[in-house]
Design a protein around this ligand. Sequence first.
Ligand code: HEC
Ligand code: HEC
Ligand code: HEC
Ligand code: HEC
Ligand code: HEC
Length: 363
Amino acid sequence: MRYLAALGAFFILLAAYPEASQAKVSGPCVNCHTMHNSQGGSPMAFVITGGSKVYGGLVNEGLLNTNCIGCHQGTNVIGSVPFVLGTGGAPNYGITGTEAGTNTLAGGNFYWVSSGSERTGHNIAGITPLDSAHGVTPPGGVAMGGQITCGGILGCHGNPSAATQTQAIMGGHHGKDITIWQDGTTVAKSYRFLSGIQGMEDNSFELQPTPSKHNKYYGKNRVSETDLAAGTISSHCARCHGNFHNGSGKIASGTFGAGVWLRHPVDFDMSRAISSTEYVTYNNGIGTGNPYSVISPVATASTSTSVNTTVDISTSANNGIVMCLSCHRAHGTPYDGILRWNYKRWPQADGYNGCAVCHTTKD
Ligand code: HEC
Ligand code: HEC
Ligand code: HEC
Ligand code: HEC
Ligand code: HEC
């Protein structure tokens, strides 16, 4: 009997999801839920350790047969469950996580941080030990009550005041409809269950994205450094790393956008840059209709369901908004600082100058 359930779970981990384009969970309930966590007297809940299921006495909330990491680890192929922790060796990140053959997603992958390079990812409880440099304190923010988790009060996904991560995302998995603009009004309608955050979701989670197939990140062209920019992807990071995004005297010296910067601008449109001649050639463009870069992407103020394929710098279209994810990924990369490219190693051969996608005269 356990064999059958295990087979069900095996199906989840490896099989392609035909309905993945809705990103709403589907299939037999038994693949994911266990009614009593007992069958023939044996527990049905499991964790995955070293690639194998280990059944134990643990009971999961939501009658689930495993936890977030139990379902979200594996190797990505088109149509698979979004896997954020690679198993069976390092995922293929290529140079920037976007090239042909790469198998990481928009958030990157926790593989490298789980393998001991603690600067390469968020040190999530259950995947890695506590970060020895940062502990429970997010740089730019205040100490949290414990190690960072996937969701809830100590985590990123779901309701940020829920005590546990499953409570935080309740209703999300069965309620998701990725064909609509995620307006942030509920967890299910929030961009990737990040409560309150808006955006449009790529149905393959940015597995090998192109300028016309990628996530659409919501941003705001702010006029002051005290604007929290509710709903933007950068405001999500700011929930923990506040000083890197907003706060009086934290971002800009003098008038926001008219003087010099104290910290790199985010939620700021490139058309406003003083030295705008540098940015008009963003990603080898001419100022209007520049191709969107999947290497150093930008956010947009547009809330339509159409994907932003081009960026305008010479007009204030507010579709060239710098965001945290212009330089970082959220989960992990092979590089220190969870950067999208190997910043530290440029200009050596194994480095990459992603800054030059925008700072076109600094290459
Ligand atoms: C029992 C398995 C299972 C568990 C447990 C689980 N997930 Fe998922 N999750 C899935 C599947 C399957 C999908 C993809 C559905 C699809 O695309 O068809 C998914 C999708 C997602 C997505 C993408 C949603 C979107 O916007 O498209 C996020 C984010 C996510 N899960 C986070 C979590 C978090 C956080 C937890 C723990 C609190 C968790 N999941 C627990 C199976 C699971
Ligand atoms: C692919 C995995 C998967 C399958 C299959 C699945 N569920 Fe779930 N379900 C989840 C996850 C993960 C959660 C908890 C997190 C959440 O709500 O997002 C959940 C939550 C729920 C909830 C509470 C939240 C809500 O949306 O109401 C109910 C009830 C539920 N499932 C019933 C079912 C039933 C009945 C079936 C079969 C028809 C089923 N599930 C099939 C993964 C799955
Ligand atoms: C729930 C709180 C929380 C949120 C939200 C959050 N972080 Fe963090 N972040 C932390 C904590 C805690 C640390 C320090 C411990 C660690 O590295 O895991 C950290 C560390 C980091 C680091 C340094 C990693 C290292 O070890 O040097 C970067 C970079 C980072 N976060 C970027 C981001 C970005 C980008 C976002 C938004 C996509 C984000 N964070 C959202 C809590 C958070
Ligand atoms: C222009 C690119 C860029 C943008 C935009 C950016 N970062 Fe960074 N971030 C970096 C680089 C590069 C580093 C590595 C350290 C350094 O050189 O300052 C870094 C380091 C960090 C660290 C680690 C600091 C430490 O003490 O170890 C955190 C946390 C972080 N960034 C969070 C964020 C958040 C949150 C945002 C958005 C509000 C953001 N970053 C926007 C480039 C960027
Ligand atoms: C998505 C586009 C983008 C990326 C990627 C980017 N920048 Fe910037 N950066 C800007 C914009 C826009 C400004 C604001 C310029 C202005 O106000 O004139 C800026 C400002 C700066 C400034 C401050 C200039 C001032 O006026 O005070 C520095 C330094 C800088 N960036 C360095 C970097 C480095 C290093 C990287 C790579 C880690 C990087 N940037 C990546 C768009 C970007």
